[in-house]
Design a protein around this ligand. Structure first.
Ligand code: TXA
Ligand code: MG
Length: 335
């Protein structure tokens, strides 16, 4: 952990003064501002180029007072907090009336999460004496791949944005937090808005009910847009047994194709990036792999599709969104 205590203290003062601070979490890096300062929150949206009706997650210090932020806290929420905080789980609860609606894009709810990265916990504890909340979406331009290293954040924003970046090494989990909506428990049950490292079965084991998929009435969530988490080059997903054939055909046409794979594949890719075959190791590396392959001259990033079982749910969700909109690219490159 290269970030010094004094740098964290300075960053906390900057947040208190309405400034922007990017900080490491165990999932991805966040771009933070004082959640109770609507002008500061608006500057996050401006820096990201994000529509301002999209809600942001409020990050809390360990032991924070949930009742300050949420107006109704079901017992399920308290049990999940006890089981998984600090950690990669965001809970959507009814928003307390005094919390500015800038953080929730005008909705009557608030997303709360207590991250477990030591730099994030130290920053949140130093900010307003641990009693504040830091609104923070992922520290990337809207729609781009989320950053899992300080360098990725530097690559997203230029210096004129005036963002302080705290370096906490590479984010261990590597994909964004699981989001569980408990704000309409009575009518809709627990709703899994975004899958992540903490799976539905783990949640069910704590609250005694299996989270359900969102229906059409679920709240807007930018991380749930069809196209998101996407590099600049088009991304295509192919099963392992299709990869070699497609790569050969593309290479015969002189196409430059980068490959992200976990099987031991021998290919004619212009660049390749192996990832571990276990879901935790794969999630840790996938965003850095997408960024690295996007940084080559490849015209296409081919990703070997991971298995479909539950432990890969969050990863497959992100890959599907990264690939959205690239349909037809392989045919075009072969034509
Ligand atoms: O792991 C994470 O969650 C990271 C780190 C920085 O904590 N943050 C993150 O933030 O992924 P962001 O803004 O990129 O994605 C947060 C998602 C968005 O899809 C947003 O719409 C949803 O959470 N969200 C936040 N508050 C919400 C609310 N009140 N109701 C529904 N969805 C909400
Ligand atoms: Mg994001």
């Amino acid at each position: 952990m290269s970030t010094q205590v004094s740098a964290i203290e300075q960053a906390a003062r900057k947040l208190e003064a309405g400034g922007l601070v990017a900080f490491p979490t165990e999932t991805v890096y966040g771009l933070g501002a004082d959640a109770e300062n609507p002008v500061a929150v608006a500057s996050i949206y401006a820096a990201k180029g994000r529509p301002n009706d999209h809600p942001v997650i409020v990050h809390l210090a360990p032991g924070a007072d949930l009742d300050y932020w949420a107006s109704a806290i079901p017992d399920e929420a308290r049990r999940l907090v006890a089981a998984f905080w600090p950690g990669p789980l965001t809970l959507i609860l009814k928003r307390h009336a005094h919390i500015p609606d800038a953080v929730s894009g005008g909705q009557d709810t608030v997303g709360l999460r207590c991250p477990s990265h030591p730099v994030a916990m130290a920053l949140l504890s130093a900010f307003k004496g641990g009693k504040g909340g830091v609104a923070a979406p992922s520290a990337n331009k809207f729609g781009n791949v989320s950053p899992t290293a300080a360098q990725h954040v530097q690559d997203e924003f230029d210096a004129s944005a005036g963002i302080t970046v705290l370096d906490g090494g590479s984010s261990q989990v590597g994909i964004e937090s699981t989001i569980l909506d408990l704000s309409r428990l009575d009518t809709h049950g627990p709703v899994l808005l975004r899958p992540g490292h903490i799976g539905a079965a783990q949640i069910a084991a704590v609250i005694g009910a299996m989270p359900v998929a969102p229906d059409a009435s679920a709240p807007r969530a930018s991380g749930t847009l069809e196209s998101h988490y996407a590099p600049k080059a088009p991304v295509a997903l192919l099963s392992g047994d299709q990869v070699a054939g497609v790569l050969n055909a593309l290479a015969d046409k002189g196409r430059r194709v980068a490959l992200i794979h976990y099987s031991p594949l021998l290919t004619r890719a212009s660049a390749q990036h192996p990832l571990p075959e276990d879901p935790a190791g794969y999630a840790h590396g996938i965003y850095a792999a997408l960024r690295a392959m996007d940084g080559t001259d490849a015209e296409l990033i081919l990703v070997e599709s991971p298995p479909q079982d539950d432990s890969w749910l969050g990863i497959n969700d992100r890959l599907r969104r990264a690939a959205h909109g690239a349909h037809g690219t392989i045919d075009r490159l072969l034509a």
